[in-house]
Design a binder for this molecule. Structure first.
Ligand code: F6R
Length: 603
């Protein structure tokens, strides 16, 4: 969602604009920057639209040695210049950027700021006006007034604050929104995502919830809101900045789709030994093996990966597994079995909906595991255990490689757990071979991508709506396939259990409606083909995606054979490519679909 970059001690303009550009993938609708040259000149520029619109509004003399920048994804108030950050106070002394949501901003406004003339509709302006008011009325220094203000605020925040009467400092605070400090030689940089500033430093310090900091070019102090000093240990983030660049690809989404064979191989290498035995922390396996039921919580694509996880856990461990939308479970907590174990699937590790469930689980002493792509992310820090996807940075808003990585890692876990509790099926599960087949199979599908571009052009690009149908595990993939197509191409798409169409939805099928059938389940393949005939006879343009052993003459995409429980690793690839090409051929910004954000840090 929103992005933050701030720096003290170095040419702030370029570093901030570059950092914000690196964060563009997270989704935003306006941007802004405040610069101070430490010699009495300061500049504030804000723009609706993209970073390039912001750059166009800036004059060459706008430079600074201290600066804060922000990309905003509107929550309170429309995307306008006034609502963009940095927000400032009525005396034009304090400049502030904020990620998150202040829940009690209306009360604070009424109680403390009734006489202030607000310029924006944002919750953020309340923070900066309040700091200013407290400094003036209580004659406090800025850092103390900042902490006092934070004590009054309820909600989530990552904040950077500059006081232009003392501009060599950036004051920072974090609660429930990510914020990290990057340490440099003669400068320090602060960002909501390390990826944005990897070209400046690889040494980082994470702030924890409820911590505040005072950052200068060669010092930093961090303390809790109660004033207790903390000394977090710096760590090195060993990511090659190039991994996060598009290289020769037009869009990250295609790059990330094509990275999937490498991701699957990496997971096999990291999580299986040379004999194919799972390498999972024994404590994790011990903890799950005590459970009488596994509960998986996630959102969006990760939820869809959880549906495949359910099939894997039930097949290879025999432990009943339930999958839920975190956003639903947060406030209607499911009835638990006697010995539950909870797994949180989250690419970003920051999804607020999942965090609500995790916190509730922790209160109830339910053991928890986060499977995430981001080391040190909030969900990984707060769960009892973490397993890393190691899929590399996923930049395109539409998730692709994280989905397949989540499935592969759940397969590792299912095998490890099944073996621990004596499941013969788990012992016979040749995961090493199957993951190798999956990596080869994905490569084969990717190599034939032109065919999918043709199908997208012929059937999807001009269509208003579309359907994916499948049964069993193919139904789980149909849901993900539909999400992928609709989110990037804006073609309204539904994923359907194939047989359910005839119970109502088939009335939507008319001449030319695209229906894409996924057929990998030997038990129901003929029945799904029957459903295909039903829609075909009503005029649908049918595309079939079928595993080789079930393929018939005339099928459109034939997938290499693979273990049924891992078939989603292959089936999903053509559907990701169809989404990609439909979006690209419609001339859309594939990596940044409208209204969407990469990590959803509000409930
Ligand atoms: C869709 C997509 C989203 C995310 C969802 C959860 O392509 O990316 O549906 O899967 O917002 O995000 P994470 O996995 O970061 O918790």
């Amino acid at each position: 969602m929103c992005g933050i970059v701030g720096i003290v001690g170095k040419n702030a303009r370029d570093i901030i604009l570059n950092g914000l550009t690196n964060l563009e993938y997270r989704g935003y609708d306006s941007a802004g920057i405040y610069l101070n040259d430490l010699k009495g000149k300061e500049y504030l520029t804000k723009a609706v639209g993209r970073i390039k619109d912001l750059k166009e509004k800036m004059t060459p003399d706008e430079q600074g040695l201290v600066g804060i920048g922000h990309t905003r994804w509107a929550t309170h108030g429309k995307p306008t210049v006034e609502n963009a950050h940095p927000q400032f106070d009525e005396t034009n002394r304090f400049y502030l950027v904020h990620n998150g949501v202040i829940e009690n901003y209306r009360e604070l406004k009424e109680k403390y700021l009734a006489d202030v003339n607000f310029k924006s509709e944002t919750d953020t302006e309340v923070i900066v006006q309040l700091i200013s008011k407290i400094v003036r009325s209580e004659k406090l220094d800025t850092f103390t007034a900042f902490k006092k203000t934070l004590g009054l605020i309820k909600g989530s925040y990552a904040i950077l604050l500059v006081d232009n009467t003392n501009p060599a400092h950036i004051f920072i605070a974090k609660n429930k929104s990510p914020l990290m400090l990057g340490l440099g030689d003669g400068f320090n940089v602060i960002a909501s995502d390390a990826l944005s500033v990897l070209d400046q430093t690889k040494t980082f310090v994470d702030l924890q919830d409820g911590e505040v900091g005072d950052i200068t070019k060669d010092s930093y102090t961090i303390e809790t809101l109660a004033g207790k000093k903390v000394t977090p240990k710096p760590y090195t983030l060993d990511i090659d900045p190039k991994v996060a660049s598009k290289g020769t690809y037009e869009f990250y989404m295609l790059k990330e789709i094509e990275e999937q064979p490498a991701v699957i191989r990496r997971i096999a290498q990291k999580y299986l030994d040379k004999d194919g035995q799972p390498l999972v922390e024994p404590q994790i396996i011990d903890a799950i093996s005590q459970a009488d039921r596994i509960y998986i919580f996630a959102a969006g694509t990760s939820y869809h990966a959880g549906l495949v996880g359910k099939a894997l856990f039930e097949e290879y461990t025999g432990i009943p597994t339930e999958v839920g939308y975190a956003s639903e479970a947060g406030y209607h907590f499911p009835m638990m079995s006697k010995r539950p174990f909870m797994i949180f699937l989250s690419q970003s590790g920051e999804t607020a909906d999942s965090r609500v469930v995790l916190q509730q689980a922790t209160k109830m002493h339910v053991p928890t595991l986060t499977i995430t792509n981001v080391m040190g992310s909030t969900l990984s820090r707060e769960a009892d255990y973490t397993m890393l996807l190691d899929a590399g940075p996923e930049i395109a808003v539409a998730s692709t490689k994280a989905y397949t990585a989540q499935i592969a890692l759940q397969a590792v876990l299912a095998k490890a757990l099944g073996e621990k509790i004596g499941s013969q099926k788990a012992k016979d599960f040749n995961l090493r071979k199957d993951l190798a087949l999956a990596a080869e199979g994905i490569q084969e599908i990717v190599d034939g991508k032109e065919k999918l571009e043709k199908i997208a052009k012929k059937y999807l690009v001009k269509s208003r709506n579309a359907f994916y149908i499948g049964r069993g595990i193919d139904y789980a993939v149909a849901l993900e396939a539909a999400l992928k197509l609709k989110e990037v191409s804006y073609i309204q798409t539904e994923g359907f259990a194939a047989a359910e169409l005839k119970h109502g939805t088939i009335s939507l099928i008319e001449k030319g409606t695209p229906v894409i059938a996924l057929i990998n389940d030997p038990v129901t393949a003929d029945l799904t083909r029957g459903n295909v005939e039903e829609v075909e006879s009503r005029g649908a343009n049918v595309v079939t995606i079928v595993s080789k052993k079930l393929a018939k003459k005339g099928d459109d995409i034939v997938l290499p054979n693979i273990n049924y429980y891992l078939s989603p690793l292959l089936t999903v690839i053509p559907t990701q490519l169809l989404g990609y090409y439909a979006s690209k051929d419609k001339g859309l910004d594939v990596d940044k679909p409208r209204n969407l954000a990469k990590s959803v840090t509000v409930e």
